[in-house]
Design a protein around this ligand. Structure first.
Ligand SMILES: [Zn+2]
Ligand SMILES: [Zn+2]
Length: 375
């Protein structure tokens, strides 16, 4: 079938993106779904920082690629062997497929699925196929999703079935922002009821972490960002204190508020100074989590003595250390009961044609979550 998609042909284009237009809206050809694959009519797709990292070259990917990795839609066609889904099912895309068979999937660590990571690195679906092309030239899939398109062919292992009563613009957020942010707090950081937490970097993922920390019963929630608007948003979503971590004396300010540091700190900013701030803010015996993707060349200076003498932990978090098929439905239940008010993250709704404007807005820090809506 022919469908409309936002395609990246070249990384490193200069801002403003609404002038350089890194994403081209094109008619592309979608193959019929193969074994264990389905066609999804995409209804909503969120604009996330990890797409921006591909556009600006921080996260290099094979090109041309249809971007978008946070989306929700309706299954409209089934390939052979599909048992889990039927036509008409509503689904959220997970940006890492879970093969279900590798060592990691078998031991509850789907966020480390090996064939899933391999397919994502190569820009293919889990089965190794590219189902998108133009003039017989194959295009690459972004993280098995390629949600900036009216339709997407996806592996069933990239999809999680949801109830039909969730608005698509909300459902999409669970595929990346909410899963990554909430998961980093409760799965990777293992935040306990009554703990204190610092969240550094208050974009869509960081603010999801604030919402998650509140739902999980953190007593002291501190948000840090350079942008005053983002700090304001964190306060509205449940942060008890907010800090400009670039300001002189901000570390001392945090130590005063927390009386010696936080139990858990999570960092999403993607800057070494931010991770350093989060690590130093973590109290003795506490855990620092980073889920950011800085430039691949970035390096951090770390004191092993601080790790040892203070029994600190520093952990990476991918996919919020989630099992998508377990955690997405659970987080959606929390949303329904009002404990994860993720609808407050949406600041803009746009059409596919406005996507470059959306990326410029994200790069300039003027948006939290922008969602592209399809008919
Ligand atoms: Zn994302
Ligand atoms: Zn696996």
């Amino acid at each position: 079938m022919i469908t409309k998609a936002a395609v990246l042909h070249e990384m490193h284009l200069q801002r403003p993106y609404n002038k350089s237009n890194p994403l081209k809206i094109e008619e592309v050809e979608l193959d019929s779904p193969g074994f264990n694959e389905v066609v999804v009519k995409v209804k909503a797709a969120g604009i996330c920082h990890s797409d921006l990292s591909v556009i600006n070259g921080n996260r290099p990917r094979p090109l041309p690629m249809v971007l978008g990795h946070e989306a929700a839609g309706i299954v409209i066609e089934l390939g052979k062997g599909v048992k889990e889904l039927k036509v008409g099912d509503h689904v959220v895309f997970a940006f890492l497929p879970s093969c279900g068979d590798c060592d990691y999937c078998q031991t509850g660590r789907a966020a480390l699925c090996k064939p899933g990571a391999e397919a994502n690195r190569k820009g293919t679906l889990l089965g190794g196929y590219q189902r998108i092309s133009k003039d017989a030239k194959p295009y690459y899939h972004h993280l098995g999703v390629s949600g900036f398109a009216e339709h997407s062919v996806a592996s069933v292992d990239s999809l999680v079935k949801i109830e039909n009563d969730i608005p698509f613009e909300i459902a999409a957020l669970f595929g990346c922002a909410v899963m990554t942010g909430v998961g980093a707090v409760v799965n990777t950081g293992q935040l306990k009821f009554g703990d204190s937490i610092l969240v550094v970097g208050l974009g869509g993922v960081g603010l999801s972490a604030i919402i998650g920390a509140k739902a999980a019963g953190a007593t002291k929630i501190i948000g840090a960002d350079l942008n005053p608007e983002k700090r304001k948003a964190a306060k509205l979503l449940g942060a008890h204190h907010v800090i400009d971590s670039s300001k002189k004396g901000s570390h001392e300010e945090l130590m005063n508020i927390t009386k010696g540091g936080v139990d858990v700190s999570v960092e999403f900013a993607g800057a070494i100074s931010a991770l350093d701030f989060a690590f130093k803010a973590t109290k003795r015996g506490g855990t620092t989590v980073t889920a950011a993707l800085p430039s691949p060349d970035a390096r951090m200076l770390l004191s092993p003595v601080e790790l040892v003498g203070q029994e600190k932990s520093l952990k990476g978090s991918y996919l919020g250390s989630c099992i998508p098929s377990r955690d997405i439905p659970a987080y959606i239940e929390l949303y329904k009961s009002g404990r994860l008010p993720v609808e407050k993250l949406i600041t803009h709704r746009l059409s596919l044609n406005e996507i470059n404007q959306g990326f410029e807005r994200l790069a300039s820090g003027d948006a939290i979550r922008q969602v592209i809506l399809f008919d």
